[in-house]
Design a protein around this ligand. Structure first.
Ligand code: COA
Length: 323
């Protein structure tokens, strides 16, 4: 029998602390008007001292588990997409597995920066299609605030912390219709944290391993690449633009999102946007946006949803989902 996977529940979590544009105006040379106009962001949530990626991931996971009506013991695969793991090892997925009281199932992290959730969803879907997994927990969780230079106005206004989770269950009919993943490491230097464990441990230890970004180049590539992946996804599924009910994009910048919506000929009312309140939460942004639109009743069973992401690497990808 052919197996497929279906998303049966979602969960999200944002830290309590909200940092508004007005607060950033006090610490860097920026303005609320500039941030709103160039990015669409009005505020972001920032993890409290002592609050870590696994804490965010656990809260989102428990909400997704509850929404799905499953037990933790049903889960036989855990994948966490994150660029901001709490420890070098064990993986955030292993730390989370222990928190959830699950033993023995595979648990691992995926690092594809802002495309991480799409990568994780795709990998989980492959496990389901081979028939080796029945219930998967897939999470995007980030504390990007920890790798931001809060004196750099080019980056600090953009990012926020959060976690989003989905439960996938094996099904006889396709919930996840297709996934498409890409990367091109030649663009690594345009968006990166150049210091890491192997090439400069002291920078990590002293907390100076920060995001560096060539903003306008990243912007141009994101718009172009996301346009192409829309075409690739529709073609692979022999669908027309009008077959898509909802666009749930990575939430980096409202102008990038609007460009993808335009490519799809889609009115903005059909685009799930959370960037204004969440900022860019990297791997968490798509599942967080999905959770918002599922819980507020916009997304309903039978809807066709296009998720797409673009991020450091460069990495990019899409998932077409029948809800
Ligand atoms: N407040 C005020 N001015 C700022 C600023 C801020 N927070 N950040 C940058 N600027 C300034 C720049 O210094 C520059 O000034 P200059 O002309 O005197 O040199 C000016 O604004 C224009 O900068 P530019 O980078 O060309 O602006 P932009 O229109 O491209 O917008 C971004 C900047 C970062 C919002 C935009 O490029 C972007 O969103 N890029 C993609 C980022 C992204 O999505 N990254 C993650 C991908 S997953």
């Amino acid at each position: 029998m052919t197996h497929f996977s279906r998303i049966v529940g979602t969960g999200g979590y944002l830290p309590d602390r909200v940092v508004t544009n007005a607060e950033l105006e006090k610490t860097v040379d920026t303005s609320d008007a500039w941030i709103r106009e160039r990015t669409g962001i009005t505020q972001r949530h920032i993890a409290a001292e002592g609050e870590f990626t696994v804490d965010l991931a656990e809260k989102a996971a428990r909400r997704a588990i509850e929404a799905s009506g499953i037990q933790c013991s049903d889960i036989d695969l855990i994948i966490v997409a994150t660029t901001t793991a709490d420890q070098v090892f064990p993986s955030t997925a292993c730390l989370l597995q222990s928190r959830l009281g699950i033993h023995g199932c595979p648990a691992f992290d995926i690092q594809a920066v802002c495309t991480g959730f799409v990568y994780a969803l795709s990998v989980a879907d492959q496990f389901m299609r081979t028939g080796s997994v029945k219930t998967a927990l897939v999470i995007g969780a980030e504390t990007f605030s920890r790798i931001i230079d809060w004196t750099d106005r080019n980056t600090c206004v953009l990012f926020g912390d959060g976690a989003g989770a989905v439960i996938l269950k094996r099904d006889n009919s396709p919930g996840i219709l297709s996934t498409h993943l890409h990367a091109d490491g030649d663009f690594a230097s345009l968006l990166q944290v150049p210091k890491g464990v192997s090439n400069n441990l002291s920078a990590v230890q002293s907390g100076t391993a920060y995001v560096e970004m060539a903003g306008s180049e990243v912007f141009r590539m994101a718009v172009k690449t996301l346009g192409r992946i829309v075409d690739e996804t529709l073609e692979a599924n022999q669908m027309e633009k009008t077959d898509i009910d909802w666009l749930v994009p990575h939430q980096a910048n409202h102008r990038i999102i609007a460009a993808t919506a335009k490519k799809l000929g889609m009115p903005m009312e059909k685009v799930v946007q959370t960037v204004a309140w969440h900022g860019n939460t990297s791997a968490a942004s798509i599942p967080l946006a999905l959770d918002v639109a599922v819980r507020d009743g916009r997304i309903n069973r039978g809807d066709t949803i296009l998720m797409e992401g673009f991020g450091g690497g460069f990495t990019w990808g899409s998932a077409l989902v029948n809800w």
